[in-house]
Design a protein around this ligand. Structure first.
Ligand code: G1P
Length: 295
């Protein structure tokens, strides 16, 4: 099993079409969730699991993303002059988080293609993939459990969430078998975004993966699938079906997840997270009750 520290890969090269025009000149991963861009939550989650080396796969509008993880001398000296240490700390937080690298995807050919772009940075070690559309509450650790499960089994580990069968067509869906470990299932098959009637279960793949480096060889030969894109789910299906391969296991997540992938869920995520915060919750919660009563 691996002894080297894990690296994380964060694909952030999608076109963000669901959020146009906000994403016309800005990657969707930079949309604020309360007062932090979505990608910062994801980077923080990786660092909280002990990951220090992060590769972000960027597309067009890359400057916004890379600037966010850089220092801003004029802003910082201005805040310092004013003695506003609290805001200064907020500005510097994202710079000091981790060792962050960037690579361009080139063409947006799908999640599998984006992950393949990480090959030379990741090398011959297992690594984590985190998607910015899914925010996992820091009080309900998921990635740490998945990394430990990989250490134990050497397999590819995916995160699964039970969803309403009417929603399974928006996700990868898994056929699973129980294992002796609590909350861990063996994945026997995966289908990307199946119609409800073709879905093997209502267990949806959510955006956290721990992958062995052999995924790269599979991705090299993975043909475009759903939507004409190279799908990570298809490469994982091949791994799950290979009796001589490392296999695929799923950690079934029962904690709090916030979906920022579409507009309605994004609004819900902001309200939920803000309502829980010490600085905003006490004012937001009573206002929200009053507002809800008018609906
Ligand atoms: C991707 C994956 C899908 C997974 C989803 C989780 O789809 O292809 O299997 O269920 O992320 O967020 P996307 O939402 O990028 O279309």
């Amino acid at each position: 099993m691996s002894s080297k520290p894990f690296k994380a890969v964060i694909p952030a090269a999608g076109l963000g079409t669901r959020f146009l025009p906000a994403t016309k000149a800005m990657p969707k991963e930079m949309l604020p969730v309360v007062d932090k861009p979505a990608i910062q939550y994801v980077v923080e989650e990786a660092t909280q699991s002990g990951i220090e080396d992060i590769l972000i796969i960027i597309g067009r509008n890359k400057n916004n993303l890379s600037n966010h993880f850089d220092s801003v001398p004029e802003l910082e000296s201005n805040l310092l002059k004013k003695g506003d240490r609290q805001r200064l700390q907020k500005v510097q937080e994202s710079t000091d988080l981790a060792d962050i690298h960037f690579v361009r995807q080139g063409e947006p050919k799908g999640l599998g293609h984006a992950v393949l772009r990480a090959r030379s940075h990741v090398g011959d070690s297992p690594f984590a993939v985190l998607l910015g559309d899914d925010l996992i509450d820091e009080r309900d650790p998921l990635l740490t459990t998945m990394l430990a499960e990989h250490e134990r089994t050497g397999a590819a580990i995916i995160a699964l969430l039970e969803v309403d069968p009417d929603h399974i067509h928006m996700y990868g869906a898994a056929a699973v078998e129980p294992t002796d470990a609590e909350g861990v299932v063996r994945v026997s098959a995966l289908v990307e975004k199946p119609a409800k009637e073709d879905a093997p279960s209502n267990l949806a793949v959510i955006g956290r993966y721990v992958l062995p480096p052999s995924i790269f060889e599979i991705l090299e030969r993975t043909e475009p699938g759903k939507g004409g894109e190279i799908q990570l789910t298809d490469a994982l299906q091949e791994m799950a079906a290979d009796p001589d391969g490392p296999g695929v296991y799923g950690v079934v997540f029962r904690g709090r997840r916030y979906d920022t992938g579409d507009r309605l869920d994004y609004i819900k995520a902001i309200v939920q997270l803000a309502a829980d915060r010490e600085d905003l919750g006490p004012d937001l919660r009573p206002w929200f009750k009053e507002f809800a009563a008018t609906l």
